[in-house]
Write a protein that binds this ligand. Structure first.
Ligand code: SF4
Length: 498
């Protein structure tokens, strides 16, 4: 029998090959940290939204680790017959087409579908396709569908100390909006069936949709024949344009560099250095001009933040970036000793006041502070200043004195071909110091990037004491390396400018 789940159907909307890959080559899927975080957010939001309409029955059932779909379908039937007004994860199967409705609510003599998304956007076509699919399955199972709604996060909601889920969630009636999707369901299902019945890998090349809305988890498999380096490694080119070059057969650098359409100096330098195996490009005047903007005492600052979808701290909105940690290296005067300070909040409580006060203690007013890609640190400092007016003058003084260490790289004053097309500190550091194990993020334990830091910090409060100590140590070491990396990069710029 031809079988399809809601997620496979929605994958079709992005690219028909996704459903095929999920069926025949699921092991090729590479989940990135952000995808896992999105899934966790989705689960948290879904659980909270279940209470939107009062009492409810959730039919989720497990057979060991796996969802027991047959039990869920059976339980849904029982609850509907019993007259349960709100059923969560209500499950249906129509000839192999399966779906679980986030919230199924008795309404207007029938049943209304409420689909919950952890996004703040209610205009994504894929959501409409998702709901249209659910309606198709339910109606073919004999359910009288009397409403279709999308529940998303209200980005304007401000937490005032008591969570109000009726204000946090925004409910949109999508009955009219899903009509075009409803009209194309049969055609889409035919395409899906054609693909899914055929064990031969579909002849679909990488395309614009591989990056929509997120980079497809099967990219590594589908792009395996793309040469390396290629147009997909190129600095700051829109993905659609990269696909155009790929389609023209100009993905490889030797073909690409001959294309007169590329005039961006940094892109041309990237290709030239990659092809000629040149080492490092240095524009001494540019670097000197940048270094003249810095002065002693010099501070190197980096924040770690978390981004809770459901706000828990007074005055914050969904997905607000909440700083919980910083690392600070500093040198008082030329030839002075490198010193280090750090802050890591207690997991669970609101970290903002403690981090703001600690920053004011650790960074004097009117000193030169550096950050790497300063917009992030500056925005966090402005947010803290707004939250705590009594210390805002000091916080804004720090913010106004921040210089961006990214500038010499982004401006093209310093380029090393090992950086490829990225000037993030995670690309720049190993390119300049390839053989220093103390500067290798891979050698850290537990936390290797901001995404991991963001995911671990809120969980610390629920860990056993031993694990808490380890997790906090790992976070401190990770953030410390971020600012040590900035010091090393600055020292390299000083050397290059000599
Ligand atoms: S990488 Fe692109 S072509 Fe391959 S399955 Fe994903 S969206 Fe389709």
């Amino acid at each position: 029998m031809f079988c399809l789940s809601k997620s496979k159907y929605c994958g079709l909307w992005q690219c028909p090959k996704i459903a095929w890959m999920k069926k025949y080559m699921p092991e090729e899927f590479v989940a990135d940290g952000a995808a896992v975080e999105r899934m966790n957010n989705g689960n948290e939001v879904g659980d909270l939204a279940m209470g939107l309409f009062g009492d409810f029955v959730e039919v989720t059932s497990f057979d060991g680790e796996k969802l027991d779909l047959s039990a869920m379908i059976e339980k849904t039937k029982e609850e509907m017959e019993k007259g349960t007004a709100v059923i969560c994860e209500a499950s249906f199967d129509y000839n192999g087409l399966y779906c679980a409705v986030d919230i199924l609510k008795e309404e207007n003599g029938g049943w209304a579908i409420y689909e919950v998304k952890s996004s703040t956007h209610d205009d994504k076509e894929v959501y409409l396709a998702d709901i249209a699919y659910q309606k198709y399955v339910l109606e073919n199972c004999g359910v009288n569908v009397t409403g279709t709604h999308l529940i998303t996060i209200n980005s304007g909601y401000v937490f005032d100390g008591k969570l109000d889920i009726h204000k946090l969630f925004r409910i949109t009636d999508v009955s009219s909006a899903i009509v075009p999707e409803e009209n194309s369901i049969k055609g889409n299902l035919m395409i899906a069936e054609r693909f899914l019945r055929n064990p031969a890998e579909p002849d679909i090349l990488i395309n614009e949709n591989c990056n929509k809305p997120y980079k497809c988890g099967f990219w590594k498999h589908c792009a395996k024949d793309v040469p390396s380096p290629s147009v997909f490694d190129l600095y700051r080119m829109p993905f659609k344009k990269k696909i155009d070059y790929y389609r023209k057969g100009e993905a490889a650098f030797p073909d690409l560099i001959l294309d007169s359409g590329i005039t961006n100096e940094k892109q041309l330098r990237q290709m030239e250095y990659a092809l000629s195996k040149k080492g490092t490009y240095i524009d001494k005047d540019g670097i000197r001009d940048f270094l003249r903007t810095l002065s002693y005492p010099i501070y190197f600052l980096d924040f770690e933040t978390m981004q809770p979808v459901i706000p828990r701290y007074i005055g914050t909105k969904p997905y607000a970036q909440i700083p919980f940690q910083y690392s600070l290296h500093y040198i008082e005067h030329e030839g002075g000793k490198l010193e280090h300070k750090e802050f890591l909040a207690e997991s669970g409580a609101d970290p903002r006041r403690a981090i703001a006060e600690s920053l004011c203690r650790d960074i004097p007013m009117n000193v030169c502070v550096t950050a790497y890609n300063k917009a992030f640190e500056c925005t966090r400092l402005k947010e803290l200043a707004e939250a705590f007016p009594d210390i805002s003058e000091h916080l804004l003084n720090i913010e106004q004195n921040i210089k961006d260490l990214l500038v010499p790289f982004q401006s093209g004053y310093y380029y090393n071909r090992a950086m490829g097309g990225s000037f993030s500190i995670k690309s720049v550091l190993p390119a300049i110091f390839p053989d220093d194990p103390a500067l290798d993020y891979h050698n850290l334990e537990g936390v290797h990037n901001g995404g991991e830091a963001m995911a671990i910090f809120p969980k610390i409060k629920d860990m056993p004491p031993e694990e808490q100590i380890t997790a906090r140590y790992n976070l401190l070491k990770y953030c410390e390396l971020d600012t040590l990396a900035m010091v090393k990069v600055w020292e390299e710029l000083l050397r290059a400018a000599e």
